[in-house]
Design a protein around this ligand. Sequence first.
Ligand code: G4P
Length: 525
Amino acid sequence: MSSLADEVERRRTFAIISHPDAGKTTLTEKLLLYAGAIELAGAVRGRKTDRHVVSDWMDIERERGISVTSAAVEFDLGPHHLTLLDTPGHKDFSEDTYRTLFAVDGVVMVIDAAKGIESQTRKLFEVCKLRRLPVLTFINKLDLPSRDPFDLLDEIERVLGIHAVPMNWPIGSGDRFRGVYDLQRGLVHLYDRKARAHPAPVNVGSVDDPRLQQLIGDDAWKALVDESALVTGAGTTFSHQAYLDFQMTPVFFGSALSNFGLEPFLYALTELAPPPRGRESDRGIILPESPEFSAFVFKIQANMNKRHRDRVAFLRVCSGVFERDMVIVNAREGQEIRAARPYRFFGGKRETIDRAFPGDVVGLVNPGQFGIGDTLYTGTPLTYPPIPRFPAEHFGVARLRDVRFKQFDEAIKQLEEEGLMQVLFPIIGRREPILGTVGPLQLEVLAVRLKDEYNVDADVESLPYKAARWLTGPADKIAATAGTTGTRSVKDRHDRPVMLFDSEWSLDYAQRTHPDVQFLAVHEG
Ligand code: G4P
C-alpha cells in the first residue's frame, strides 16, 4: 500500500481562472476528456443558458451543471491524481469563486488570444497573488485571429506584474495558424484544421532545421526564426522555482476547442504544478504528510438535495488521512462530529468515499455544524487562518413585505453563514439589512431563495453603490469620514465600520481626504 507521502506527492489540486468566454469550460471539458474522466464532450456544458429571468433558484443551480453540483472533479492521469476545483467565472461569479482559490495549490489562467487580460481574470489573479499560488497560463483560440504573442506576454507582465515565459511559440494565428514550436524541447506540433487527430510532433531540434521550413512554408518559417530569436534574446529562461515562488508564469499557446496544444499543457500541469504543501496554522506550518488529519471548510452549499434540505460542507484536506466515520473536531467550538456521510460529487451524482488524502475535497452533509473557514482536525488542536472576506461590488436593500421579522432575520443570518452575501446595517435609520455581493446574480438569487427556502416574502431593491471598504484607524478619524461625498456609513454584523461608495471616484476622494483612515478591501474572517 502506498504511504501518505506517496499519496501527497502524486496529488495536484488546482483551479482554472478566466474571464467569461475565454474558453475555461472548453478547456475543462477537454482536459477531462483527455484524462478519460468523462466520455462525452458536452458533459460540462450548461452554464451559458440565458438566466435573465430568475424564477427558481434550483433551476439556476441545475443550469450551472458541474459548477455547483460538483465543487470539485477528481481524476487520475498517469501516476498523478488531479483535483480540479470549479471557479464559476460568469454572471454567477461570487465570493465562492474567490474562496475556492484558498483551497487549491495552483492555478491555470486561460486567456483569449484576441482579447488578452480581461477584468475578471485580473480580479481572480489578485487572489492568486495574495496566496502566491503558482500560475500556468494557457493562451487560447489561436485558431482564430489573435493578437501579437509578444504583445500578449508584455500585457501579462505589465498588468499582472509577473514574468511571462513562453514554453512554446505560435506559428501564425487564425487562418494562418500552423502550429506551435516547443521552445524547451525543439519539437514542432503541427496544426491540421481538418484532421480530427493532430499529427505527432516532429522533432526538429532547432528552428534552423530545414525540415521545419518545408513543413510550415517560407513565410511562417521566417517569422518563426525571427520571433524565436527575439524570445531567446530576451534572456528570460523558465525557472521552476520562480514559477513556484509566484515570480514567473510559463505560457502555453493553443486552442482548446480544436484540442490543440492540450497534451503538452497537461504534461506541464502534472510535472510543474506543485503537490499539496505545508499550510500556515496557529501551530506553525502543518505539513500534508503529518499523520494527524486536518482540513478546512471552503464552501457550503445549501439544498444540494432539496427534498432533504441538506447542506453540504466542502472540506479541503490539508494533512493526514481522512476516513469515513472518523470523529473530527471543529476548532471553532471544540465540537466533535462523526464524519458519517462523506461524499465526492461529480456531475449530478454523489458517491460515498472511505478515505481521502491531502489535496482532496470531501463533501460532508452538514445540518449546520460547519461555517466557511472552519478548521477540522483529529488529535492535537489547531486552527487555520480564516478565509478573508472580499469586498462586495453589488448592493441591495432587503425589505420584508410582511411582519415576519424573526424568520427574515434568521434566513438572512443563515444565507450569510453560507457565504452568499455580506450583510451590512445602516448606522442610522431603519434596520433594513443592506446585502452586498461579489457578483450581480447573487442579489436576484437572494430574493428567490428567501421565498423558496425560508418562505419569507422580501424584495431586494438594488442600491447604486459600487464598492465597500472596512475602515480602520483612530475612532475620531473614522467618525469624521461620515458624510463624505458619494458615500454612506454602515457597519457589519460585528459592528465594524464599513463605508459604501457610489463610484471609484468617491472611494478615491474619501481616501485622499481622510489619510489617517485605512480603507481595507479585504478583511480577515
Ligand atoms: P468560458 O467557459 O470561459 O466562458 O468559455 P467557453 O469554454 O464556454 O468558450 C466560449 C466560446 O469560445 C465557446 O463558443 C467556445 O466554443 C469557444 N472556444 C473555446 N475555445 C476555443 C478555441 O480554441 N477556438 C475557437 N475558435 N473557439 C473556442 P460559443 O459559440 O460561445 O459556445 P458553443 O456554442 O461552442 O457552446
